[in-house]
Design a binder for this molecule. Structure first.
Ligand code: NZQ
Ligand code: ZN
Length: 392
């Protein structure tokens, strides 16, 4: 196990009706004027918006609001949010929604107290050292932004989708009421579950040895997602299954599973090029990319893929041919993704073979390789993208 530091100070309020504590939590964490930031309207349809506003009104917490965050959030709305916060003297940001609303809120939080262009954080030109405090009310188990120090934004001018990170961006509190996720369409539930699995895989596929504790945490989360997702798709109001998936989403990405080990992140980087250009749902893009990444690295470094097959998918080890066992694990993963309605090809997400060169150019603009489990070259990534084209 490698040396590490781990700082994860988010306060979690988990369970039924937890959103009713929002005003009290904002006060506890020092908010006196709030920006409520949300997406395209699901929170209004579900009644959550009215409950949140009702709580703030009742407790006398002043607020302004900015809705309209799109999935794969864009820089334009972030600039608007920064301007609004400065004009209104906002000192606390409440994101209500999924990873997109939360990531956009984090960008506004950092940008409001920064003199330069907030995109500096995303293009590696500045570190996030200060930010307004952020709180969240989560409505989808997926991105893990409710407990992570990360935010991902698409620069509208260049269509470059990039992440920024900083411990000051970890939410001060996150309200996780599994009931709020019951209104999700099946596709979003499944895409969220896929994202959770790949957050674990990015950490699981590591060359660091002797990391039994994080290996087993990773396997436990993967097995939970495999168990709970079909139960939810069968019965969307299954509270206990929703609850387990929601906590899995947080544990998958607050880095408790990633400390002390090298991490990969090639699948995410390869996927971000797809969601930047085609606006594909992040988890659905990962469903296409991640199994193909696994097939690609299998020959070069089968070790953890054998563990993935035997420990997660419970495939008996063929000691004479461990690679064949690993391949069965990948096939089991692909079959699972298909069974929950996830895509497996470029065609299913509207991606085009003609754009491969352009995506690879963008991906490799500042680096020669991608990932760590196997360091992928430009040619490797081209091969992975090409293998996503049907009939290839
Ligand atoms: O916009 P609204 O109307 O709210 O609808 C959303 C959106 O269309 C809808 N939705 C959310 N909760 C709902 C609901 N619909 C009905 N009922 C509910 N309870 O679902 C759609 C997707 O929402 P979004 O916030 O985009 O989903 P997700 O949480 O998957 O976030 C995806 C974004 O997070 C980034 C992704 O790249 C993507 O941009 N990521 C952020 C990470 C981080 N900050 O740590 C890590 C991840 O790897 C990921 O890259
Ligand atoms: Zn992700």
């Amino acid at each position: 196990m490698d040396n590490f530091t781990f700082y994860s100070p988010t306060f979690f309020d988990f369970g039924r009706e937890a959103e009713l504590h929002v005003a009290e939590l904002i006060r506890r964490f020092g908010g006196s004027k709030v920006l409520i930031h949300y997406g395209g309207g699901s929170i209004k349809k579900s009644g959550l918006y009215d409950r949140v506003i009702g709580c703030l009104d009742e407790e006398g917490v002043p607020y302004v609001e900015l809705g309209g965050v799109k999935p794969n959030p864009r820089s334009g709305l972030v600039y608007q949010g920064i301007e609004l916060c400065r004009k209104e003297g906002v000192d606390f940001i409440l994101a209500v929604g999924g990873g997109s609303a939360i990531d956009s809120a984090k960008a506004i939080a950092a940008g409001s107290v920064y003199d330069g262009d907030f995109l500096d954080f995303y293009h590696g030109r500045a570190d996030v050292e200060k930010a307004l405090p952020v709180g969240t009310i989560l409505t989808i188990a997926a991105a893990g932004s409710e407990g992570s120090p990360n935010t991902v934004i698409t620069d509208e001018k260049t269509l470059i989708k990039k992440g920024a990170s900083g411990d000051v961006l970890r939410p001060k509190f996150s309200i996780l009421n599994p009931e709020l996720t019951c209104t999700l369409p099946p596709y979003q539930t499944a895409a969220g579950a896929t994202d959770i699995m790949i957050h674990v895989c990015e950490r699981y596929f590591s060359n660091t040895s002797e990391v039994e504790i994080t290996d087993r945490l990773c396997e436990g989360i993967l097995k939970t997602v495999i168990y709970e997702t079909p139960r939810i798709l069968e019965n969307p109001n299954h509270y206990e299954a929703r609850a387990n998936l929601m906590w899995a989403g947080m544990l998958a990405h607050n880095n408790v599973c990633g400390v002390g080990r090298e991490q990969d992140w090639a699948s995410h980087n390869i996927e971000h090029e797809l969601s930047a250009i085609y606006d594909v749902t992040h988890g659905a893009g990962l469903a296409v990319v991640a199994p193909l990444w696994m097939r690609h690295v299998l020959k070069k470094n089968p070790g953890k893929l054998v563990d993935f097959a035997t420990r997660v998918w419970e495939i008996p080890l063929d000691e004479t041919n461990p690679e064949a066992t690993a391949l069965q694990g990948i096939e089991a993963f692909e079959a699972f993704l298909k069974s929950i309605g996830m895509p497996g090809s470029f065609e299913e997400i509207g991606a085009k073979k003609e754009d491969i060169e352009r995506m690879v150019d963008k991906l490799f603009r500042n680096s020669d390789t991608q990932g760590n489990y196997v360091k992928l070259t430009r040619e490797d990534v081209i091969e992975i993208y090409k293998s996503a084209v049907k009939g290839s």
